[in-house]
Design a binder for this molecule. Structure first.
Ligand SMILES: [Zn+2]
Length: 382
């Protein structure tokens, strides 16, 4: 009995020993592990190592030694090793550029052209930016859509293979619109300039004499890429059409004042009342006939108009001004539009956004008068 009992207790000890040995083996062999073995982050994103390291389910994160670094500014595959005594585990961090480049279309997504000659050279260009790559270029494909439209397709691919595509329509313009504003500068001029700027439209301003306070407005006209022309120091018909000398001096003195104040040498003029005016005959017979020769000799170019919104006449509302514009412009020609930005012409500024939208939708392009513009000139009646 006693022996038996002893043997039983011996057996029990042996079992305990085995359990202990097995337990030690488990302790020795059990791995440490990291919760996420593979992590992906975007390039430039900050990598914060908050990985949980466990051993037999126990959090030992603050006890492990971390070997390896991640440069999250450079795409690639990085390996981090977590060491705890003789045990270790590994983690892979992939830094990836996941954001495609951005293509900015200079000149917008629709460009109106007079013709398709040397089409590729008429591309206003693109700017490609990327979160990682520098100096990326876009590849351009030119597709013919119809006889009046081409499509430029720009493709930019970054070094990680992210692709961006942008398209631009190159459309044969129905015609050209030269918005011209007479009798400024005034408070209306700044309103007009704001609208032109918002719509990326260039125009021409035939100004009269100006004060010190008007100078910033004139500087804006120049700085924002519009054309500055001369209407004359004075707009008083009786005065300016009294003699050819007075008339020429009326242009020349304003020309010189502008040159002196802004260093801007304008060659463009508009006769008050236009070259076709008959009012001048009340003051000086034949003065217009003489004037157009005199003007040419001075190296000046005079511009009349072939579209009149009649804002200095019977068009008293912005709606009527807009209608006159829409009815007046015609395809396949230069449309030189007479409008006014002198004091009181707020309806003209009010009509302007609709005028611009209409012309653009109809496929016209806007330009400021330049030396390349063929002048629209009336027949002289005096
Ligand atoms: Zn005028």
């Amino acid at each position: 009995m006693a022996r038996r009992r002893r043997k039983r207790s011996l057996d029990f000890t042996w079992v305990v020993e085995i359990v202990i040995v097995v337990f030690i083996f488990i302790l020795l062999l059990a791995p440490i592990s990291v919760k996420n073995e593979n992590i992906e982050i975007g390039v430039g994103e900050k990598f914060e190592n908050t990985s949980k390291i466990t051993y037999l389910g126990i959090d030992i994160s603050d006890k492990v030694k971390i070997i390896g670094e991640v440069n999250s500014n450079v795409p690639g595959v990085y390996e981090i090793t977590y060491k705890w005594n003789w045990k270790e585990t590994k983690q892979t961090i992939t830094v990836k550029d996941k954001i495609p480049p951005e293509i900015h279309l200079n000149g917008g997504n629709t460009v109106y052209l007079q013709n398709f000659d040397n089409l590729a050279s008429k591309d206003p260009g693109v700017v490609v930016t990327d979160n990682y790559d520098t100096d990326l270029k876009a590849k351009r494909d030119i597709k013919k859509i119809s006889d009046t439209e081409y499509e430029f397709v720009y493709t930019a691919t970054d070094s990680s293979g992210n692709i961006s595509i942008q398209k631009r329509n190159m459309i044969l313009a129905k015609g050209e619109v030269y918005l011209t504003f007479d009798d400024g500068p005034s408070d209306v001029t700044n309103e007009v300039l704001d609208i032109l700027k918002e719509n990326n439209v260039k125009a021409t301003f035939f100004i009269v004499d100006y004060s010190e306070e008007d100078k910033p407005t004139i500087q804006r006209i120049i700085d924002e890429g519009h054309t500055l022309g001369i209407h004359g120091m004075s707009h008083d018909y009786a005065e300016i059409y009294s003699s050819i000398d007075v008339l020429m001096d009326n242009f020349n003195s304003l020309h010189d004042k502008i040159l002196n104040d802004f260093g801007y040498d304008t060659k463009f003029i508009r006769f008050p009342g236009g070259a076709s005016n008959t009012i001048s005959s009340q003051y000086c017979n034949g003065i217009m006939t003489e004037a157009i020769e005199e003007v040419a000799q001075e190296g000046l170019v005079y511009y009349d108009w072939n579209v009149d919104v009649d804002d200095a006449g019977s068009a008293r509302t912005s709606e009527k001004i807009y209608e006159n514009f829409a009815d007046g412009i015609a395809p396949n020609r230069e449309n030189v539009v007479l409008a006014h930005d002198g004091y009181g012409h707020n309806e003209t500024a009010e009509a302007l956004p609709k005028i611009i939208d209409y012309a653009k939708e109809e496929g016209y392009q806007f330009s400021a008068i330049s030396e390349d513009t063929i002048p629209v000139q009336h027949n002289v009646n005096n």
